[in-house]
Design a protein around this ligand. Structure first.
Ligand code: PGA
Length: 224
């Protein structure tokens, strides 16, 4: 059975109390065995402000959940006001999203800056979850896990087709043989997740909106 990555991208949502409540609800479902996580790497990418409390909660309650940042500074530690460095992230997280389409669009991040971010992630042993828009997106060396997200399908309720996701995953793997895992994201729901994860070349899902609700996220994990 292949291992699946189920990744929650909370974007700019939730405060500390919301995050703890979400974790509590997931924890209850794990404890009553409604939710099983064998063969699945569950990763939550919250805002930086939530990472320390979530890290503590997850550790204390031994939850099978890993943390990821939503972004990483292209610079190392130093005089870079407002930026969060890889070393700072590594205290709490094992992963970091890099190159989400919202970062590319709203913050004008380009291949050069994203390549620097990948280097910083690697320096601090953070696994990049590298987002690609299509088969033409440049992928820097050192990336092993990518999430294909059709930008126009994000948050619309209408995902790309599994056929198209599979085609792009195959093209990306062919072009970049160092890629080990290809995920799909954009409008993933409990109802459609398995149409993607059942495919040989799709190793999991990146979930935005539906990951905010612990019930829906549980269903996604169960159905994947
Ligand atoms: P969505 O977002 O699941 O709300 O479409 C996915 C993403 O942007 O990562």
């Amino acid at each position: 059975m292949k291992k699946l990555f189920i990744i929650a991208n909370w974007k700019s949502n939730k405060n500390v109390a919301d995050a703890k409540n979400w974790l509590y609800q997931i924890e209850s479902r794990i404890k009553n065995q409604e939710l099983r996580t064998e063969n699945k790497e569950i990763i939550v990418c919250p805002s930086y402000t939530l990472l320390p409390e979530m890290y503590t909660y997850i550790g204390k309650n031994k939850l099978p959940i890993k943390l990821g940042a939503q972004d990483i500074s292209p610079f190392d530690e130093g005089a870079f006001t407002g930026a969060i460095s890889g070393r700072q992230i590594k205290e709490f997280a094992d992963y970091t999203l890099i190159g989400h389409s919202e970062r590319r669009r709203e913050f004008k991040e380009d291949d050069e800056i994203l390549t620097k971010k990948v280097k910083m992630a690697k320096k601090y042993q953070l696994t990049p979850i590298y987002c690609v828009l299509d088969e033409h997106t440049f992928i820097p060396e050192g990336v092993t896990l990518v999430a294909y997200e059709l930008a126009s399908a994000i948050g619309t309720g209408t995902p790309d087709t599994p056929e198209s996701a599979e085609k792009i995953a195959k093209l990306v793997r062919k072009k970049y043989p160092f890629i080990r895992y290809t995920l799909y994201g954009a409008s993933v729901t409990p109802e459609n997740v398995n149409s993607f994860t059942k495919l040989d070349t799709i190793d999991g899902a990146l979930i935005g909106g539906a990951s905010l609700d612990p019930k829906k996220f549980t269903e996604i994990i169960k159905n994947a």
